[in-house]
Design a protein around this ligand. Structure first.
Ligand code: C5P
Length: 239
């Protein structure tokens, strides 16, 4: 996989015009985009179809979490939009993840198209140890992240979303083919914004990340295309 195939640019906007303007501005520099709740709830599925028509890959980051049948139905509806990666919360449990993955694959096979990849959120990186214990959990967040990653693999999913700090242990536990998508990536000289557990693009790849999600360091740069190109160069050095 090339650096470009591993860089996912987060389209964290609440309107279609701004999202499309960034896609135009980045042109061939970016080939993978993340559409999250903010944009999807504001403008709907048309944005995914637009990105696919532009020849881009799409990670539709809607983090589904409900009973198995409902999540499976939701995933099948979303897969009709053509996204390349969909996701659920691993805390929804093994049956939920397993049913979701199976039904996605069945739906794709029926249509004769490749199934989208399905990945899971382990523990949200916004949850600290204190919050985690207040929720009744006795073991550490790190321990839970690894348990959830193993459960995700057992359920037949393709990978997880994790912080760069967790990537190495997950790579060791879940093997080479497992997708590890890491947000919280910041080039050495960039502002860290509200991210607390950050890593440089090279460090995240060296730790075992398969894909990097980058938002503000590109979106808020004076020259987004240049910023993305610089990140790609940093990534290439680590590959
Ligand atoms: O702007 P920034 O590079 O921090 O954007 C990172 C993207 O990854 C945002 O869309 C954010 O919601 C998402 N994300 C994250 N941390 C997670 C999961 C997703 O920052 N644990």
């Amino acid at each position: 996989m090339t650096a470009k195939e591993r860089l996912i640019v987060a389209l964290d906007y609440s309107d279609e015009a701004s999202a499309k303007a960034l896609v135009k501005e980045l042109g061939d520099t970016a080939s993978y985009y993340k559409v999250g709740m903010e944009l999807f709830y504001a403008v709907g599925g048309g944005i995914v179809r637009y990105l696919k028509e532009e020849g881009k890959q799409v990670f539709l980051d809607l983090k589904l979490h409900d009973i198995p049948n409902t999540v499976a139905g939701g995933l099948c509806s979303l897969s009709a939009l053509g996204a390349d990666i969909l996701n659920v919360h691993a805390s929804g449990g093994l049956p939920m993840m397993k049913t979701g993955a199976e039904r996605l694959r069945e739906a794709a096979a029926k249509k004769g198209v490749p199934a989208p990849k399905l990945i899971a959120i382990t523990v949200l990186t916004s949850i600290g140890e204190m919050d985690w214990h207040a929720m009744g959990n006795e073991r550490s967040v790190r321990d839970a992240v690894l348990r959830y990653a193993r459960l995700t693999k057992e359920a037949g999913l393709d990978g997880v979303v994790a912080s760069p700090q967790e990537a190495k242990a997950i790579r060791e536990a879940c093997g080479e083919d497992f997708l590890i998508v890491t947000p919280g990536v910041r080039p050495a000289e960039a502002a860290i914004d509200d991210q607390s557990r950050v890593a440089t693009p090279a460090a995240a790849l060296k730790a075992g990340a398969s894909h990097l999600v980058v938002g503000r360091p590109i979106r808020a740069a004076a020259n987004p295309k240049e910023a993305a190109e610089k990140i790609l160069q940093e990534m290439e050095c680590a590959l």
